[in-house]
Design a protein around this ligand. Sequence first.
Ligand SMILES: [Mg+2]
Ligand SMILES: [Zn+2]
Length: 243
Amino acid sequence: MSVEKQLIVFDFDWSMADQDTDRWIFEVLAPDLRRKMKKLKEEIQWTDLVAQSLREAHSRGIKRSQIEHSLRIMPFHPAMVRGVTNLKAGGKTTFLCLSNSNSVFISTILNDKSLETLFTEIITNPAEWEGELLKLRRRVDPNGPQHDCKVGCSPNMCKGKYCEELTAFLERHGKDFDRVVYVGDGSNDFCPILRLRSQDIVFCRANRGLQKRIEREAEKEGLTCQIQYWAGAWEVEEMFGKL
Ligand SMILES: [Mg+2]
Ligand SMILES: [Zn+2]
């Protein structure tokens, strides 16, 4: 198949990056808050819990510069930087980020890796600095209409077909991609890959939530795309080289 135009969709935590931003910054700066989040995560919606923990961090004097520094030192494989940079230079690839992290965490890290112009769009939870406090909101406002995803996405965001993040992107940028490649690891990446066609591929990180859902639910939900597994970012670089 000749591919002239392709779209790479990236999840961020544990997919593009080798860690989870929401958890990492607290592990670095306030492990007791990280422990508290682990205890509260069944009771409080995750994005709200991160927002609340950021307020607590602020109230005990943790500074913007400390949070930014912790993001810059978060594990991020050099092979991932090389892989996406080379693919972008090839000229036929558009990049989209679909993430449950937030706009500030992602842009801080991308700037540090000189990848700030990689993505055409970054679809994630909105955040902004207000002095030393990072204010974070759910992408789907809890007071407005909620998405009706039936595949188990969390209330703040559905990456897949039901609240149409990926569908809406394809409407905005033309649907004529010869191939879509989705790089993901988590259980909430299952919904968007149900949108993919038989010529599309999921690059699934092995032994995490997405693989488990594929194994259990692919047949029932009618997953039609191809699946390739990887463990380290150096393998993603290799897989990109064959696209
Ligand atoms: Mg992830
Ligand atoms: Zn969904």
